[in-house]
Design a protein around this ligand. Structure first.
Ligand code: TMP
Length: 205
């Protein structure tokens, strides 16, 4: 059994969390060791950065500085959680990873995109497979906002921002079509999970 790194991506409220939980349940049933984690987060230090970044109305940083903070959180997460788990031949299921930075920050600034790509080369850990849960932005945003957390900074940018995010995710998926699988998020959750498992089956050893 070899380690495998799976990431999930998509706009806010696309249904990633439901799918991640269903996939975790599947691996648990298979008695396959796995780690379920998220970005920004996954370690104590990265969670501190998460709190600062996602707080509602926190606009004290430029998008470039924000990118450096997301990358700092990622570095800690990769060093302490992702790399060790893969080394121990576990499956890593990660809620968001590098594609989110390219979409959320890269979309707003070329410099942010270059910064994130340069740092990411140094971090050097790539997902084996990524699922982009593609979803109608209107439905997704309503769902995200109805959760009423104190982490609504990006949701509060409004519906046009979500449409742009979706387009950018789809563009990146098309350019990386070997790694990123686009899944139609408007289907029943169980149908989506079985499509995800079908894609993973060839990779799980
Ligand atoms: P979540 O709501 O899926 O937990 O994601 C947290 C928010 O952080 C979401 O709105 C996307 C945003 N985000 C970025 O802007 N850049 C990143 O690199 C990551 C990982 C998340």
């Amino acid at each position: 059994m070899k380690g495998l790194f799976i990431s999930f991506e998509g706009i806010d409220g696309c249904g990633k969390s439901t799918q991640i939980n269903l996939l975790a349940k599947y691996f648990a049933g298979q008695k396959r060791p796995f780690v379920k984690t998220e970005e920004p987060g996954g370690t104590a230090g990265s969670n501190e950065i998460r709190k600062m970044l996602l707080k509602e109305n926190n606009f004290q940083w430029s998008v470039e500085t924000e990118t450096l903070l997301f990358m700092a959180a990622r570095n800690d997460h990769v060093e302490k959680v992702i790399k060790p788990a893969i080394k121990e031949n576990k499956i890593v299921i990660c809620d968001r990873f590098m594609d989110s930075t390219l979409v959320y920050q890269g979309m707003r600034s070329d410099k942010a995109k270059i910064l994130s790509l340069s740092l990411f080369k140094l971090i050097g850990t790539y997902p084996d497979i990524t699922f982009l849960i593609d979803m109608d932005p209107e439905i997704a945003l309503n769902r995200a906002l109805s959760r009423k957390t104190d982490e609504d900074r990006f949701e509060n940018y409004g519906i046009n921002f979500q449409y742009k995010l979706r387009k950018k995710f789809l563009d990146i998926a098309k350019k990386n079509n070997k790694r990123i699988k686009i899944i139609d998020g408007n289907q029943r959750p169980e149908t989506i999970t079985s499509q995800i498992i079908e894609n993973i089956n060839g990779l799980v050893q």
